[in-house]
Design a protein around this ligand. Structure first.
Ligand SMILES: [Zn+2]
Length: 79
């Protein structure tokens, strides 16, 4: 009886160690997933900054006029 209990304990311990290992792997994957999501948000959410206005406002791609002072912004590839 007591031998059986000891055996079960060993088995449970080894199972727990295996589960802990999986938990660690899951945490690692979740961390990576979070990072990928952040990168995706960065790429999709933020417009690409192509220029900076004289007033210091960042000019996103496709924008012709500064959103702050309203002056026309010259493109980086323009004259
Ligand atoms: Zn401006």
């Amino acid at each position: 009886m007591s031998r059986n209990a000891g055996f079960d304990e060993e088995r449970i311990k080894s199972k727990c160690a295996a589960i802990e290992g999986l938990d660690f792997k899951i945490a690692e994957c979740e961390e990576e997933l979070r990072r990928v999501h952040e990168k995706a948000q960065e790429v999709l959410g933020k417009p690409k900054i192509v220029s900076v206005c004289a007033c210091g406002t960042e000019i996103s791609e496709g924008t012709k006029f500064c959103g702050k002072c309203g002056i026309k912004v010259t493109d980086t590839d323009g004259s």
